[in-house]
Design a binder for this molecule. Structure first.
Ligand code: PLP
Length: 467
């Protein structure tokens, strides 16, 4: 074991020396993490299993323990004071940080190529914690009009209670985005790498350039693609958010979210634009996050103010389940994509199916972007149009047996949903169509079962649709 309590710039030579003398573990915590050093040992699969984790120093436990504790003892009063003043990194209370969750945070930051991560109770909590350091009352964001339905509601309606607001635009139309971010109240651009449903892929590089010109960060929801298919920070994104509930944990058993900061955005460049980060913080004796913590400012604000005051921390057991899931992320994503494409190709040939919207089918207009940003893969969540409309949709979801009829995504199990009769039921027919949830739309999240079984389970009820 080699401990490196040094500045980030010292880490690379120390890591190289450590490899030379046969060190098995290089344990880089927040504050000493370094991108170049993080890459010395490891490919993506290796990092998905090892990043952020080390054998437990007191018990030798190889797996990451579930630290099911609320609070942590202080060495003495001075130690407590330095923790509370953010002069020492350490655990105080699990609402702010927890050792199991810290391993997951470190792992996700590593896989995304980010500087630090804040894990949260759910994906929606992550979105709130992502915006909290950026926004003041009266501020706005510009978001893609093709987001996860829950995000449209959160950003379009609920955040108004904080006196924040959101302009939704077509992010394929760069002129519209450029126009929308001219308003100095706009504090970030928000889009999904791979949007669910519909096989929509965002041009991350182009959006990052627009954000940079406007002096604001680009936030990418990378839930559908996962860092296995896409690492938005490599394409210029400043912040990445996840619902870890989906593919990252991957087994449909643990709610969670993550906010990953690239550490590259300079918050003090225009200090009045992001006062939470670049003005003195009264709750911490007037320290300025950007000045004191540099490239960790946003992540530390997420913990020390966001989680502390809003409270949506991830449960340690969920961090554990998510760590367990993430170890097989590369294997699972390969099979999810393979099965997803297989089912999409089957449906395109089906006489009762009018259209299939999957990112890497040859007729999808986003295919070139899928090649550029998703390694030519399309994930496993997509929609198709059923001839026969509303009633046919209801029959199909009710007559699948292997595919579960429910509103989740990114499970090992295959899932099916007819949005018009469930999640979008309260809308009018016109609103449903505008939201991509017309009467004929079926949404699938293809799991890891044997592909022939998945296809057979769909083929029977789809084949029975009467026209
Ligand atoms: C599910 C989802 C969310 C919300 O996450 P929860 O964990 O359900 O709160 C946000 N964005 C996308 C793309 C999602 O699929």
């Amino acid at each position: 074991m080699v401990d490196v309590f040094r500045g980030s710039e010292f880490v690379v030579p120390i890591a190289e020396d450590a490899v030379k003398i046969g060190a098995k573990v290089l344990w880089m915590q927040l504050g000493v993490r370094n991108e170049e050093a993080a890459k010395i040992f490891r490919g993506f699969e290796t990092r998905a299993i090892h990043a952020g984790a080390a054998p437990d120093p007191t018990t030798g436990a190889r797996g990451t323990p579930i630290y099911q504790t609320t609070a942590y003892v202080f060495d003495d009063v001075d130690h407590a004071a330095s923790l509370f003043n953010l002069q020492t990194f350490g655990n105080i209370y699990s609402r702010l940080s927890n050792p199991t969750t810290s391993v997951l945070e470190e792992r996700i930051a590593n896989l995304e190529g980010g500087r630090g991560t804040t894990c949260t109770a759910s994906g929606h909590a992550a979105q709130l914690i992502a915006l909290f350091p950026l926004m003041q009352p009266g501020d706005k964001l510009v978001a893609s009009n093709k987001l996860y339905g829950g995000s449209i509601t959160q950003l379009g309606k609920t955040i108004k209670k904080f006196a924040w607001s959101c302009d939704f635009v077509d992010v394929d139309d760069f002129d519209k985005v450029r126009q929308a971010v001219k308003d100095p109240k706009v504090k970030c651009i928000w889009a999904e790498s791979l949007a669910n449903p519909g096989g929509v892929v965002s041009d991350i590089r182009a959006l990052a350039d627009i954000a940079r010109e406007a002096g604001i960060p680009l936030i990418i929801d990378n839930t559908m693609a996962t860092p296995y298919l896409c690492r938005p920070i490599e394409h210029g994104a400043d912040i990445v958010v996840h619902s870890t509930t989906k593919f990252i944990s991957g087994h449909g058993n643990a709610m969670g979210g993550a906010v990953v900061d690239s550490g590259k955005f300079d918050w003090s460049k225009s200090p009045d634009k992001f006062p939470s980060l670049s003005h003195p913080e009264p709750a911490y004796h007037g320290l300025t996050f950007a000045e004191t913590f540099g490239d960790l400012a946003y992540t530390l604000y997420g913990h020390a103010v966001g989680l502390r005051d809003l409270g949506p921390c991830m449960a340690p057991i969920n961090a554990y389940l998510t760590l367990l899931g993430i170890e097989t992320l590369p294997l699972r994503m390969e099979r999810h994509c393979q099965n997803g494409l297989g089912v999409a190709e089957f449906l395109t040939k089906h006489p009762k199916v009018s259209w299939v919207s999957y990112a890497t089918l040859p007729d999808n207009k986003y295919l070139p972007l899928a090649k550029r940003y998703l390694q030519g893969k399309g994930g496993s969540v997509f929609t198709f149009g059923l001839k026969g409309g509303f009633d046919a949709g209801v029959k199909v979801v009710e007559n699948c047996h292997l595919l579960s009829h429910l509103a989740n995504l990114g499970d090992t199990r295959s899932l099916i949903l007819h949005p018009a009769s469930t999640t979008h039921r309260q809308l009018t027919a016109e609103q449903r169509t505008a939201a991509g949830a017309g009467d004929d739309v079926i949404r699938l999240s293809i799991g890891l079962e044997t592909i022939d079984d998945i296809i057979a389970d769909l083929d029977r009820p789809v084949g029975q649709v009467s026209l």
